[in-house]
Design a protein around this ligand. Structure first.
Ligand code: FAD
Ligand code: 2HG
Ligand code: ZN
Length: 496
């Protein structure tokens, strides 16, 4: 019987992973111990770099016996500190970076099996090489890994057409807390054989198992596209335009992103090469893209006609069409670099919220007014995947304001914004997850029944609490056997 208080030993880890599979040197481990936003700085006994599923299985069995916390890490681009270990120095970070092979591509089944450590852009390329298309697309796609995408249920810019990561999965291979391997790399689109166990690992942020591979859906290759940048007077006009474009294009809108004027101001100021696509400033813009698998689809004509009629009706104020791949890239660069421009501009607070698309205009009006009246040292930077009802309702410190004073107000600002989101029947975490950052928010906004079920699932999958402790669900609440939430959840939600 192992001594549980003894923790893990480096010798034992090296025996499982080989000497080159265990990092302990401070310089080597440093990049694994903080998140990309530098919100959290953890410590770890070691960083493990397994090369095989079997190594992960042995590692987890060992850690489970000794009650040692294991923190899975992909590309470390997550927004909620989910991949950062705690400060105890007793946990082990398990990086998936060496499990990075595409195991197989089945073109006729429109599916592919990728190991969890594959970079998202490499998965997209593998699909492309097979004359197929993998639609998940994020600003971090050159760094994030498919295992991280699965574990956060990532969204991005093509959810409107293809769904979130959850919708793109056929099967999974997962190492469980006790080291057993759940091998369920199904290639089936139909399979009603009892509970859908795999779905529990999607969005679980490493708290229920370590995903080692996934069977994912592919689609016909995109062979034509049309990309437009249109100025609109307000969010309602943007939503009306989306509905029109969906109708006019035969539902071929794959992206529909909202950009506020301040998004153009920030990116043109901070990101080299970004320019304002239109001649004069407007309050709001949308970046929209139609795509088709047919090379000869006249999508430019479709979008041009739809925008012209929207212009005539006053829905659109001005518009520019990308006439080349270079112009398309420039429009996407403008959109994708807003987070970086926000960072370069100073302190910022992020709210990854979603509301029913139809209710978004009302929410933005109320919430913007609230920010305007109550956050005098901040500026609203609200942008994002408006076609999915998902806004990054972010705040940046205003020029000349004090960084620390601004950041010190994070808790009450977050509370006010998330309470308003709840009033509109929305979610405080649309696509970035819970991690460490939003454990308190989940306790506040989930219903007692939901929390009970989540804790029951966690206890069933991870009775010793070794998988990513303290992420998603509080370890203290799990240990105390708490049921329900500390605060009453909102039972009745007002429709706006
Ligand atoms: P990590 O950050 O390493 O980990 C995230 C979580 O998953 C952690 O809890 C970790 O423990 C767990 N995990 C990682 N791998 C595994 C595994 N194999 N098994 C079990 N658990 C695991 N997100 C969006 O949804 N939409 C966007 O549009 C978007 N845009 C972004 C743009 C930029 C510039 C950046 C920096 C980030 C963006 N993100 C976006 C956030 C982030 O890229 C995603 O959440 C992504 O899915 C995280 O993948 P990762 O490999 O970096 O995971
Ligand atoms: C995006 O859509 C990302 O660009 C990041 O999800 C959002 O930084 C953010 O708030
Ligand atoms: Zn996003």
């Amino acid at each position: 019987m192992p001594d549980q208080s003894a923790g893990a030993s480096i010798e034992a880890l090296e025996e499982i992973l080989g000497a080159d599979g265990v990092l302990t040197d401070a310089v080597d481990t440093a990049p694994f111990l903080t998140d990309h936003r530098r919100l959290y700085h953890g410590q770890a006994l070691a960083v493990a770099l397994p090369r095989s599923v079997e190594q992960i299985s042995r590692l987890l069995a060992y850690c489970n016996e000794r009650h040692v916390g294991v923190v899975p890490q992909g590309g470390n681009t997550g927004y909620c500190g989910g991949a950062t270990p705690d400060e105890s120095g007793r946990e082990i970070v398990v990086s998936l970076q060496r499990l990075n092979h595409i195991r197989s591509v089945d073109s006729l089944n429109y599916s592919l099996v990728a190991e969890a450590g594959c970079i998202l852009a490499d998965v997209q390329r593998a699909a492309d090489d097979a004359e197929r298309f993998f639609p998940l697309s994020l600003g971090s796609e050159g760094t994030c890994q498919i295992g991280g995408n699965l574990s956060t249920n990532a969204g991005g810019t093509s959810v409107l057409r293809y769904g979130m990561m959850r919708d793109l999965v056929l099967g999974l291979e997962v190492v469980l807390a006790d080291g057993r391997i759940l091998s369920s790399l199904s290639a089936l689109r139909k399979d009603n054989t009892g509970y859908d166990i795999k779905s529990l690992f999607l969005g679980a942020e490493g708290t229920l198992g370590v995903i080692t591979a996934a069977s994912i859906k592919l689609f016909p290759k995109v062979r034509s596209s049309a990309t437009a940048f249109a100025a609109v007077s307000d969010v309602r006009a943007a939503i009306d335009l989306l509905a029109r474009l969906r109708e006019a294009s035969g539902d071929r809108v794959s992206s529909f992103e909202l950009i506020p004027r301040i998004g153009i101001d920030l990116t043109t100021r901070h990101i080299p090469g970004v320019t304002d696509p239109l001649g004069r400033p407007y309050s709001w813009y949308v970046l929209c893209e139609l795509t088709s698998s047919r090379a000869a689809d006249p999508l430019d004509d479709v979008i041009e006609e739809a925008l012209a009629s929207a212009l005539e009706d006053g829905l659109v104020l001005d518009a520019a069409l990308a006439r080349s791949e270079r112009e398309r890239d420039a429009l996407w660069k403008l959109r994708e670099t807003i987070p970086e421009a926000q960072r370069l501009d100073g302190a910022n607070l992020k709210h990854d919220i979603s509301i029913a698309v139809s209710a978004l205009p009302g929410f933005v009006e109320r919430a913007s007014r609230w920010v305007h009246e109550n956050v005098l040292d901040g500026r609203l930077v609200a942008y994002g995947h408006v076609g999915d009802g998902n806004l990054h309702f972010n705040l940046n410190q205003a020029p000349g304001s004090d960084r620390n004073t601004f950041l010190a107000r994070e808790a009450p600002l977050k509370r006010a914004i998330h309470d308003l989101v709840r009033e509109f029947g929305g979610s405080f975490s649309a696509e970035h997850g819970i991690g460490r950052l939003k454990v308190g928010e989940l306790e506040r906004y989930a219903s007692p029944v939901e929390l009970d079920l989540m804790r029951a699932v966690k206890r069933a999958f991870d009775p010793n609490g070794v998988l990513n402790p303290g992420k998603v669900l509080s370890s203290a609440a799990l240990r105390a056997g708490l049921t329900g939430s500390a605060e009453p959840a909102c039972a009745v939600q007002r429709s706006p």
